[in-house]
Design a protein around this ligand. Sequence first.
Ligand SMILES: [Zn+2]
Length: 111
Amino acid sequence: MESIPNCPKCHSEHTYHDGTFYVCPECAYEWDPNQATEASDELQVKDSNGNLLADGDDIILIKDLKLKGSSTVLKKGAKAKGIRLVEGDHEIDCKIDGMKIMLKACFVKKA
Ligand SMILES: [Zn+2]
């Protein structure tokens, strides 16, 4: 018997082989064992201290940031709640003072 890894999504042990795929009957997740690196391929965003950020985290600005195309300056110490991580140059999608903005993770720290 070959050993089948636990489900990467729900960690169920009741996974089985179906053709070239592994299948989890508990959460219906299917994955290709030849792309086993997929799980570690997840978006990893680190703050200025090297801490991993996750969706829903609260962050604090560590420096004043001038908003592009406006005279608004976001102050150091401003807090954003419930951030969302996105791919790209500015990895953090959040709201500060009611404004929807995109931030670079290197300018924030986890609250
Ligand atoms: Zn599962």
